[in-house]
Design a protein around this ligand. Structure first.
Ligand SMILES: C[S@@+](CC[C@H](N)C(=O)[O-])C[C@H]1O[C@@H](n2cnc3c(N)ncnc32)[C@H](O)[C@@H]1O
Length: 273
């Protein structure tokens, strides 16, 4: 039985060690590549600044592998990382799962800086939703918000395999394993300063807690992208809206941009200088 389990794990891990994901639907990678490169060029022309997206072949392969994060949203992450390149602080992802977006982020910072990547996940799936979380989009067809407790659980080994696949050095990242509500009090390796964070915790309470945590550790120009704004649960939108209201009360400390939902469901928070 143990042998069988090890075999299954080995077979599953094999996919995570690959740069490409094989798909039943044939996708002509060169077509995707062509579109993505055109998109990058448009981005760079529209910003017209030095913080351009530098062409990179690995990025395109990582983009083609993403599940649940559309490339249009991923490009907001890529562009934000380019903008934060010269801002002091490390990079964080809250809610890592299999590590697909982690590898994308790691690849960007490997290209352009020596920033450390902090990856936070329980590796036990979602915590119990609060009463502020009402089910909006039943993505796994479970029928109720409560039934999502413990769902989306992934193995840390998958994340390590994804980082290995892009040769991201182990000194460049820290994995903070456990529920953030505990980690925040017990972990002595938390980042002192943060320039960019991708927050993908899905529920009200951990997102609100992360935003308050980041508020203490970011400076002007830092960017926080919160996923699932107005999607899946009512919690992420509520957490962001409350946070912005509380912090923009006297003077506007944050700019909050919510792109058209065709790009994905997320909010981009930029701390003002
Ligand atoms: C939607 S998945 C992340 C997906 C990933 N960012 C991607 O796009 O590939 C959400 C993850 O958040 C983690 N998570 C949710 N709430 C958490 C909490 N309070 N503490 C630690 N991890 C949490 C879950 O274990 C799950 O792996």
């Amino acid at each position: 039985m143990k042998f069988l389990k090890q075999m299954v794990k080995k077979i599953i891990l094999r996919d995570y060690e690959e740069l490409h994901r094989s798909s039943e639907t044939p996708i002509w990678f060169d077509n995707f590549k062509n579109l993505a490169q055109g998109y990058e060029q448009l981005f760079n022309e529209s910003t017209g600044s030095k913080k351009e997206i530098v062409p990179n072949e690995t990025r395109l392969k990582l983009l083609a592998r993403l599940l649940g994060t559309p490339p249009s949203e991923a490009y907001f992450i890529i562009q934000a990382l380019a903008q934060c390149r010269d801002i002091e602080g490390d990079v964080c992802e809250f809610g890592v799962a299999h590590g697909e977006t982690s590898a994308l982020i790691a690849n960007e910072i490997a290209l352009s800086s020596n920033k450390i990547l902090h990856l936070f996940d329980s590796f036990e799936g979602l915590p119990k939703p609060s009463e502020k979380d009402h089910l909006k989009d039943d993505i796994l067809n479970l029928g109720s918000m409560e039934d999502y407790t413990g769902k989306m659980s992934c193995m840390e080994d998958f994340v390590l395999a994804r980082l290995k696949a892009i040769s991201f050095e182990s000194q460049r990242y820290v994995i903070h394993k456990g529920f953030f509500e505990k980690v925040i009090h017990q972990d002595d390796r938390l980042p002192e300063k943060v320039c960019f964070a991708y927050v993908d915790f899905d529920l009200y309470e951990p997102i609100k807690l992360v935003l308050e945590f980041l508020h203490q550790r970011t400076r002007g120009g830092a960017i926080i992208i919160v996923d699932d704004y107005n999607f899946f649960s009512t919690g992420p939108k509520l957490a962001v809206d409350e946070f912005i209201k509380e912090n923009n009360l006297n003077e506007p400390l944050y700019e909050c941009f919510v792109p058209n939902s065709r790009y994905g469901n997320f909010a981009v928070l930029t701390k003002k200088s």
